[in-house]
Design a protein around this ligand. Sequence first.
Ligand SMILES: O=C(O)C1=C[C@@H](OP(=O)(O)O)[C@@H](O)[C@H](O)C1
Ligand SMILES: C=C(OP(=O)(O)O)C(=O)O
Length: 429
Amino acid sequence: MKHNIILTKKSKSVIGTVHLTGSKSECNRALIIEALSGGKVKVENISDAADTVTLLQVLSHKSKVESQEKNDSGLETQDLRLVNIGPAGTAMRFLTAYFTLQDEEVILTGSARMKQRPIGILVDALRELGAGIDYVENEGFPPIKLKGSLVQLSNKVSIKGNVSSQYITALLLIAARLPFGLELHIEGELTSRPYVEMTLTMLQSAGIQHSWTGNVISIPNQDFAETSLHVEPDWSAASYWYAIAALADDAELFLPGLTPYSLQGDSVITEIMANFGITSQFKDGGVYLTKEVKPLARKIFDLKSCPDLAQTIIVVCAALGHEASFTGLETLKIKETDRIKALQNELAKIGVKLIEKGQVYKLDCSKKQIPERIFVDTYEDHRMAMAFAPLALLIHEVEIEDADVVEKSYPAFWKDLEKVGIAPPNPPR
Ligand SMILES: O=C(O)C1=C[C@@H](OP(=O)(O)O)[C@@H](O)[C@H](O)C1
Ligand SMILES: C=C(OP(=O)(O)O)C(=O)O
């Protein structure tokens, strides 16, 4: 059953230490690499994000197997494995590629929203390589039926770069296990580029070499090395602490385990939040955040490389009445929800508009008003819940709908907010 949480914050200072869970992006790559390496690669510091737990269960064969009965798609699943990854985008995309190499037939499905998130670009590329994949309901969308045991027809494939980098990562993760390797041509601009770099760096740590020249990434067939991959804490999760600091009068926060040399592009939050007076000092094996009041200067934020930070930054700007503009938000419409619409609806509750002008989105704060209380709808999107929670520093009572939604990437979020006096005692997890 869904339940809401009410946030209140008596004082405007935030002091504490917060241990963040492992990055779901790093972890989900590491788990696929571990599975493809046949046990040569081990993963350290596994995240407790629900998206990671789901992937781990699928890879360790603990997922629900339905046979000799009809599943909810109305399809006979006799002798087929039915894998439901819920709302986990990375699990959906990475497993689509992974299962083409396994010798079992699988139906891969997900939540109602997952069935609206496109997968056709990845399926087309895998089919060109030789994979047998059919759509079970709608062309271009999950659920899909994977025949497995790919016989490679080609090692060259072209793929559009501007819809989701996860398709590219999915192909790169399996590339070294393809008999003739992979030469991947990226067409047009590449969105979420740091995530592709993360994939290649992690593969390299697992002994897989690549070349990347212009728009072509090549990975020959090769073996994984015996090694372990250590997962860093999640920088996207850290962004909510930067937002809290930005809306507080005083902040002294310590986030252990984070380093400036992260594989995660979202570590750019340190630079972005410097505009809001937040200083990040790396020492004692983590990062200390402190705050000074500073006039806001930066007016344009390009978030193409860090789309998961969009809600965090836009809500902070709106709350501060900072009329910034944003670019690189094109992919937000196909994430856990249409994040543009969700932001527009919820920001309207504090009188702020997010106006679309072609490729640019602009905040209009001319009618901003801070109410006594606000009810935030979350649209089954963890980042809506976490991005709006910091408003509790400015608004007396913030009620967040469907609090458990944060499980997807940051299950301890409310418990951590309780430690600094924002969430009530005994919040979920
Ligand atoms: O590869 C990854 O781990 C991710 C890539 C990004 O998706 P897109 O490439 O679809 O923008 C990001 O939004 C998502 O949360 C995680
Ligand atoms: C977009 C996200 O996740 P995914 O695409 O993996 O569902 C996210 O975590 O913000």
